[in-house]
Design a protein around this ligand. Structure first.
Ligand code: G6P
Length: 615
């Protein structure tokens, strides 16, 4: 959840690290800090602050040259999402040992920090923060006997938990040590120096040549070199990879917010998810990463989809696809629950993990539990090379491009489409006819166009969202595969506007929540012209009778909802399998304009983080 950037032998190191931190701020933004080895002063400049990276930048800029130095040989920087200890200056990273020799930035959790801290304090070390991370700095100092890499390795061997870590030392001004277990570290090689970060977004402005560390790897970085080993000091070889996107994908490109940019990127993102994956002739999906044999597909007798947050809502839509098309009983599981409740898994169970980041701790743990119990695991991830993507037996990348806005948008719709194509692949190897397959392929091919058509309604949706911008409570209702879309619509609204919004199955509303309906509680009803519409019309009447204003998402050309709803937002007619995509986009725009009108901080909502790497 935290962001790490580190560099050695890099020109303008301070600004490279600060720019990198700004690009990682979506991972966490409670506080920020930087430690730089000063070449003139032969000391470390340590600056930390609660708040965002811009505050850190301001603090650095306000210092005199004498105070801070100008030339730096190596540095580590961090943007934090607080777990242990409030987001204060002392709790901000980097943390150092008592003598101020080692400075560490850490992403993850040190589970045994209490006992380690107690021992270190008994031995005379002085702690300044309440964080779990600080023990690492003291442990490295304790293990140091002249060999930087070995000291960090020996320290890491003593900790239980997860880490992506970068360490700076006054004794080795031209070197850094980075290591990973459970939290990503990617190394970027530039012409002279080496960078490392928790995410390629921080590196893309400087290099396209990267190396992803594996769990258990540790590396000594020096100008022009990355010496990668395991914790037992044996060299390991990791492939250099090319990042195939450029800076524009991590910039707002004229949009007011990343979230809006990403909503508008959906036609392209969806096209990229679909590209080359449909076989028109056979009415099938060609998903090369999903290399299940025909027998395995035929034998599959249960699917479990494990995920969190928005990705879980995409999984809930997928549940309808697998049952309707492929005839396979499917359950969606909150990943956090799956790992602890001793799930029953048979050899013919397929466990699908949907995760934008591929790093969500609970989803990863669910994958590991499923694998332990003999299930075949499938990952549907966006981030290439992410932990989940690497640990599953097989998988599909979304190719949606980096998603920076904390509220997930394009990843959701692309996940829905990836799940639909997966269901089609399984369905065609089971009972779906070629004709039905061909018709579904045509529907899937239309999705990018559908998305573009919904985006054309942006002005209308803005007007509607602004009309209700004073409401403090909302309900979102839907049926069938639009029920999870209603949950997602409510989640989007509450995430970025802090307004209370609940998603409900339209029929469940009357089993309790209807008690809350009144004239200042709008209901957003997903009333598209798909099976179940007649029923939701009845539910809309029930809301209107309680004086709740109803905003209905409808199908173009279908006027049957207009007279019961206060406002309608028509989206193009599409099949029951693709309507969740168009409807979700309308709700994303609704949430965006609602929150923007209320002056909310859209891309970095309070308390949230993009990638939740703690349980
Ligand atoms: C966080 C993010 C959500 C996301 C969820 C799951 O809560 O703020 O937007 O849906 O994690 O993340 P994943 O990367 O696994 O999709």
């Amino acid at each position: 959840m935290c962001g790490i950037v580190a560099g050695v032998g890099i020109e303008n190191l301070e600004s490279v690290l600060l720019d990198g931190l700004s690009r990682l701020e979506y991972r966490g933004y409670d506080s920020a800090g930087i430690a730089l080895n000063s070449m003139e002063a032969e000391s470390v400049l340590l600056v930390k602050t609660p708040g965002k990276v811009k505050k850190l930048r301001k603090k650095l800029n306000s210092m005199s040259t004498e105070e801070r130095g100008l030339q730096f040989s190596a540095g580590v920087a961090h943007t934090r999402w607080a777990t242990h200890g409030a987001p204060t200056e002392v709790n901000a990273h980097p943390h150092s040992d008592t003598a101020g020799t080692f400075f560490i930035v850490h992403n993850g959790i040190i589970e045994n920090y209490v006992e380690l801290k107690k021992r270190l304090i008994d031995e005379g070390q002085k702690f300044s923060s309440e964080t779990d991370s600080e023990v690492l700095a003291h442990l490295v100092a304790e293990c140091y006997d002249g060999d930087f890499l070995k000291a960090v390795a020996a320290a890491l061997k003593q900790v239980k938990g997860t880490y992506g870590v970068a360490v700076l030392s006054t004794k080795h001004p031209d070197a850094l040590v980075v290591a990973r277990k459970g939290s990503p570290i990617v190394i970027g090689l530039t012409a002279n120096g080496v960078l490392a970060a928790s995410d390629t977004a921080a590196l893309v402005a400087h290099t396209s040549e990267v190396i992803y560390l594996d769990d258990g790897d540790i590396a000594l970085l020096s100008p022009g070199n990355a010496d990668i080993r395991n914790l037992d000091d044996l060299p390991v070889s990791r492939e250099k990879m090319k990042i195939d996107w450029d800076l524009s994908v991590v910039e707002k490109s004229g949009f007011e917010h990343f979230m809006l940019k990403e909503i508008f990127e959906q036609p392209k993102a969806l096209r990229d998810t679909i590209r080359g994956r449909l076989d028109h002739e056979q009415g099938a999906a060609v998903l090369s990463g999903l290399n299940l044999s025909p027998k395995e597909m035929l034998d599959a007798n249960r699917i479990i989809i494990a995920a969190c947050g928005t990705s879980m809502h995409a999984g809930m839509v997928g549940e309808y696809f697998f049952e309707d098309l492929a005839d396979i009983p499917t359950e969606i599981e909150q990943a956090a629950e799956f790992r602890y409740r001793n799930p029953i898994i048979s050899p013919n169970t397929l466990v699908i993990a949907t995760s934008q980041s591929g790093e969500t701790a609970d989803t990863l743990a669910a994958v590991r539990e499923a694998a332990r119990k003999g299930a075949s695991t499938i990952g549907i991830c966006n981030v290439v090379g992410s932990t989940i993507a690497r640990e599953v037996d097989r998988g599909i990348y979304l190719h949606a491009g980096p998603e920076i806005g904390v509220a997930s948008t394009k990843a959701f719709t692309c996940q829905v489409v990836a799940l639909l194509m997966t269901a089609l692949k399984l369905a065609r190897s089971r009972r779906l006819t070629r004709e039905a397959g061909i018709s579904l392929v045509s529907e899937i091919e239309r999705i990018p166009e559908l998305a573009a058509a919904v985006l054309e309604k942006n002005d209308l949706i803005k007007e509607v969202a602004e009309k209700y911008s004073e409401a403090e409570n909302f309900f979102f209702i839907g049926r069938g595969n639009l029920y999870p879309v209603a949950l997602e619509g409510a989640l989007k609204l509450k995430e970025i506007s802090y307004v209370h919004a609940e998603g409900y199955h339209a029929a469940e509303l009357k089993h309790g929540p209807i008690a809350l309906l009144e004239e200042n509680v709008p209901v957003v009803a997903l009333a598209n012209d798909v099976p179940g519409k007649e029923k939701i019309l009845g539910n809309i009447q029930e809301c209107a009778a309680r004086k709740s204003p109803v905003v209905a998402i409808t199908t173009e050309g279908d006027d049957s909802v207009a007279e019961s709803a206060d406002v309608t937002i028509p989206v193009p007619r599409s099949s029951v399998f693709t309507t969740p995509v168009s409807t979700a986009i309308a709700l994303q725009l609704f949430a965006y304009h609602f929150a923007n009108k209320r002056g909310c901080e859209i891309d970095q909502p309070r308390n949230l983080a993009k990638s939740v790497t703690v349980e």
